[in-house]
Every structure is written in structure tokens, then in C-alpha cells.
Design a protein. Structure first.
Length: 206
């Protein structure tokens, strides 16, 4: 029968979300003030902090430990990677999107996991699928779903962490709100033995 069928999602890309860690207002104000000192400008017009190691500040230790806890959840509990490797934050920086500013499409090279902690604002992060089911064809659709959509918009709010594999392309559309969008982005790498000596030619020690 024509109606007798199943569709399975093959090799989905997992995005991890956790809410609830809010910064003290004084810490938040200090972070914003220090990060916005002589910022760099991105292709979409938004600004990025000069400091690319923001989470190394002593006053952000609680936030750093909170993020690391979720990175470990993502790696060990979800992906089931063994604890022969340890994850660590390799870079961290702040992004500022004023009204009318966007963040260009990109992915994070030289990184394993990437993530964002949201400080302020409402404009979602958008993930883009690099492999299209339709290849280079475009069709009018009766409705959108996870199989035929090119983009996935992830809502944000203050205190939310979003983690994703660094190979996943993403961007931020133009901020249409009067409130500035402020986020703290970070990259994660690992050290240890992804493959042990018993794996012979695939052995690696970092």
C-alpha cells in the first residue's frame, strides 16, 4: 500500500541545550564592559572581543566550571566517549550584535566541540545543513520539516548553553530587536589517548 511506509533520520547532528545558569549582575556588567573594549568587527557587522581567552578571568571561574560540566556531559554521557581523553576549553570570546547587525555563516576550525553561553538578547542561532537531500535542486514545499529544511533556528535566552560539533555551520540573522544580543562563544579540544596502543596504527596520544 502507498501509505504503508516508514522514514528514519540517519546520522542526525546532535545539539545540546542547558538552561539556568545566570550571572550575577555585577559580574555580567564587568564582563560586557571589558569585552567591548576595542572590539573587532566581523563580516556581518557585529563585534567580537579582542580577548579570545575570556573564560580565563578569575571572576568567571564558576561560569567556566559550569560550561566544562556540560561539555563533559556532552562528550561522556551523550557521545559515550571514554574518559581516556579529557576535554578542555581552548578559546573563549564575546560577540555583540546591535540592532541591524548579523553574524556571518561559519564553522569553527581547529576545534572539536564548540558552544555558546547567552548573556542577553533574543535573536536565535541558526544552524545550516551542509549536505542537502535535494543536492542542488530547489522545490516549493507544502510544509517544512527536519528532512527538507536547510536551516534550523535554535531559540536563545539568558543563561542558556548550546553545544554542538565544531564542524556544524551556523550564523546569526540580523538582529531586529532594540536590545543588543550578547553571547560568549567557546571552542573545546581534548588531550589524552583517543585511541590506545592496542589499536596499533590508529593509536594517538595528544
Amino acid at each position: 500500500m502507498a501509505d504503508d511506509f516508514e522514514v528514519h533520520g540517519v546520522f542526525p547532528m546532535p545539539v545540546y541545550v542547558s538552561d539556568g545558569f545566570l550571572l550575577d549582575e555585577k559580574i555580567k556588567d564587568k564582563l560586557i564592559k571589558e569585552s567591548f573594549d576595542k572590539p573587532l568587527t566581523n563580516l556581518g557587522g557585529n563585534k567580537t572581543s579582542n580577548n579570545h581567552f575570556i573564560l580565563e578571568q578569575d571572576y568567571l571561574l564558576d561560569l567556566k566550571n559550569h560550561i566544562l560540566k556540560h561539555i563533559n556531559n556532552y562528550g561522556y554521557k551523550f557521545f559515550k566517549i571514554t574518559e581516556k581523553v579529557q576535554f578542555y576549553i581552548s578559546q573563549s570570546w564575546c560577540n555583540f550584535n546591535a540592532k541591524g547587525e548579523a553574524h556571518h555563516l561559519h564553522k569553527h576550525s581547529n576545534s572539536f566541540f564548540s558552544g555558546v553561553y547567552y548573556i542577553k538578547g533574543d535573536t536565535p542561532i541558526t544552524f545550516r545543513k551542509d549536505v542537502e537531500a535535494f543536492q542542488n535542486f530547489e522545490f516549493e514545499l507544502n510544509e517544512s520539516n527536519s528532512f527538507n529544511s536547510r536551516d534550523c533556528h535554535m531559540p536563545i535566552k539568558e543563561g542558556r548553553i548550546v553545544l554542538f560539533p565544531s564542524v556544524l555551520s551556523h550564523f546569526v540573522e540580523e538582529n531586529s530587536f532594540d536590545t543588543q544580543r550578547i553571547s560568549l562563544s567557546f571552542n573545546c579540544f581534548f588531550k589524552g589517548e583517543p585511541k590506545t596502543k592496542e589499536n596499533n596504527l590508529s593509536y594517538l596520544n595528544i
